[in-house]
Design a protein around this ligand. Structure first.
Ligand code: B12
Length: 220
């Protein structure tokens, strides 16, 4: 990661949100690229600008101050920028660890788990990002073919937490003691950490930065 000389991410997040809400994705992209070139770390860009903005967009949508179309526009713009900076994130796999990341079945919020995978990538893990709405059987067959050291499952909507438990049960009943440790995260677990043991996970983390620390602990 580059040295971080960019202190004022709060101001940048304001600007980024403002540009997106004006429908000016190109200027928002330039803002990000210039900040990265000026030394802002991807870690801070993700957590203090992108994540912060997505949460604020959700608040505005919930308060009926922006439309679903505007929320989709902002989310799509951020996803596009994240994809375009992936070459700066890509690691070399030298950590010799693999993480598989997905959303529970029927869960379609995928930016969080994507960030988690990107943070592992920056620590030179091999990352297998499967994205949203993964059927249990498909996760199980994917794990059968790829030796995961950690399985990360994301859940954002409260009503999908039971899907997390179903996926964990499916993985454990298939692989028994060879099942990879499971880390969970997302909004319901942040609001009620008791849910972590209720779904049978081995660990959880509140954000992508902490996820990597917990992932390292789980695989020591
Ligand atoms: C974008 C968005 C959408 C997009 C998602 C697009 C996509 N491709 O991801 C769309 C439009 C599809 C959508 C749909 C819906 N949404 Co929505 N959405 C959001 C919004 C605005 C942002 C989500 C986001 O991108 N967050 C950014 C990421 C980076 O943050 P994060 O998820 O918190 O992730 C971090 C941590 O939680 C953690 N983490 C996350 N996963 C994991 C996993 C592991 C293993 C670990 C360790 C850590 C970890 O690390 C991440 C990075 O630091 C949120 C607002 C919010 N407060 O989150 C509402 C929000 C989540 N949505 C909400 C709702 C209600 C819905 C819908 C039900 C709306 C509807 N009526 O249809 C549907 C549900 C669809 C479904 N079946 O899942 C509510 C949920 C309320 C609740 N009680 O659960 C929210 C909170 C909005 C609100 N304020 O009311 N949504």
């Amino acid at each position: 990661m580059t040295e971080d000389r960019h202190a004022d991410t709060a101001q940048m997040a304001e600007q980024y949100q403002h540009l997106l809400l004006e429908g000016n994705r190109d200027a928002a992209t330039r803002l990000v690229m210039e900040a990265l070139d000026g030394g802002l770390s991807i870690s801070r860009l993700y957590l203090e600008v992108f994540q912060h903005t997505q949460h604020r967009i959700g608040d505005l949508w919930q308060a009926n101050r922006i439309s679903v179309a505007m929320e989709h526009y902002c989310t799509a713009a951020t996803q596009l920028i994240m994809a375009s900076i992936f070459p700066r994130i890509m690691g070399d796999g030298s950590a010799n660890r693999t993480v598989v990341g997905c959303c529970a079945n029927t869960e379609i919020h995928e930016l969080g788990i994507r960030m988690v995978c990107d943070f592992f990538e920056m620590e030179n893990w091999t990352t297998q990002f499967l994205g949203s709405g993964m059927p249990n059987d498909d996760v199980v067959s994917f794990l059968d073919r790829h030796n995961a050291d950690v399985l990360c499952i994301s859940c954002t909507t409260t009503y999908n937490t039971r899907r997390v438990k179903e996926l964990i049960d499916a993985v454990r009943s298939t692989f028994g003691h060879k099942a990879p440790p499971v880390m969970v995260g997302g909004r319901p677990f942040t609001m009620a950490p008791d849910l972590v043991s209720a779904v049978g996970a081995d660990a959880w983390a509140p954000d992508a930065l902490q996820a990597v620390k917990v992932g390292k602990d789980l695989t020591q």
